[in-house]
Design a protein around this ligand. Structure first.
Ligand code: SF4
Ligand code: SF4
Length: 321
């Protein structure tokens, strides 16, 4: 069985990548399972999707814990423990990262036994104006590269599967995705067939468990036990942010009960002077506050531009001292 996991951010098309790859496997005569997995979070949050494909019925369920191939659309996720990119990776696994950096750099950085390959990041994705959550066409590139690495999906079938999955978006979008996907497919030609099916025990090999009788428990006993409260502050969701909301205090009318109430993460505090203040350690960049602010006093800019501005401001003030 092939076990393939895609990691990316909400909005980058990893769900679509798994759909395209799953459909391509199916067209090649495989039994297929494909599914995305994400929480209630929005754009920019780490998500993953997975594909299982086998010539026999796929009885295995749930998250892939021993992947043959892991594909990462956004290299900023690799070092983020919450994204789980490195989970279950061993010497059998191929790790394909969309990055401007080399495979050697990533191998050394991660100290991993896996084979690391690079899906060359497109030059336009480096441009400062492009928001990471919308890396263009990356879902199609990841699906196509995976198809080539498996060596069981032909170029024509990949194109057919992609067209079928994206045709609702119109011919022009399909054509653009197809061009970029086939480029990614061809770029993997030195590594065709490097991803091998693992022969881990499948669900059909398991001995059926005996019937287990679970006694009914009252709700009071079966309720979860919370051993330590107020720990969510430890989860710095600010790391997920691809767009940064910035309050323009010249336009702000001080109606803090609006923005601070709408913020789903409680990341807008109110100062003693009655002004809203964004907690950037916990603001995940969902931009609900931007949409809700009545006088449009909250603007948004791409996070990497905000960081560049911070660095420039810091060096400018350093020059003066
Ligand atoms: S909703 Fe907008 S105007 Fe009102 S306090 Fe918040 S930022 Fe200021
Ligand atoms: S401050 Fe704005 S962008 Fe940040 S989490 Fe709250 S509503 Fe979303």
């Amino acid at each position: 069985m092939f076990r393939i996991r895609f990691h990316g951010r909400g909005g980058q098309g990893m769900k679509t990548a798994s759909r395209i790859l799953g459909t391509a496997f199916f067209m090649e005569g495989y039994e297929v399972q494909d599914a995305p997995r994400y929480g209630a979070e929005r754009r920019g949050a780490p998500i993953f999707a997975y594909v299982r494909a086998d010539k026999s019925p796929v009885n295995e369920r749930g998250i892939i814990s021993h992947p043959d191939l892991v594909v990462v659309s956004d290299d900023t996720l690799v070092g983020m423990p919450a994204a789980g990119v490195m989970q279950g990776i061993d010497q059998h696994t191929v790790l394909l990262i969309n990055s401007h950096e080399s495979a050697e750099t990533w191998s050394q950085r991660l100290n991993t036994p896996a084979t690391v390959l690079i899906l060359p990041a497109r030059e336009d994705a480096r441009e400062a104006t492009i928001d990471r959550a919308e890396l263009p066409y990356i879902g199609s590139s990841c699906a196509a590269a995976s198809a080539a690495l498996s060596n069981v999906i032909s170029r024509d079938v990949l194109a057919k599967a992609l067209t079928e999955e994206l045709e609702h978006l119109g011919n022009e979008i399909v054509k653009q995705n197809l061009d970029i996907a086939l480029t990614a497919f061809d770029a993997m030609s030195p590594h065709v067939g490097i991803v091998k099916q693992s022969f881990l025990p499948s669900a059909t090999d398991y001995k059926k468990p005996e019937w287990i009788k679970l006694p009914f428990e009252s709700a009071e006993i079966s309720a979860p036990a919370i051993h330590a409260g107020i720990t969510s502050v430890e989860v710095r969701t600010g790391l997920w942010r691809t767009m940064r909301p910035i309050i323009n205090y010249e336009k702000c009318s001080g109606c803090w009960w609006i923005c601070s109430t709408y913020c789903p993460d409680g990341a807008i505090n109110v100062t003693a002077e009655g002004l809203p203040e964004i907690d950037y350690d916990h603001c995940k960049g969902c931009l609900i506050c931007v949409a809700q602010c009545p006088p449009h006093a909250i603007e948004s800019i791409p996070e990497h531009i905000a960081k560049q501005q911070e660095i420039s401001a810091a060096s400018f003030s350093g020059d003066k001292t």
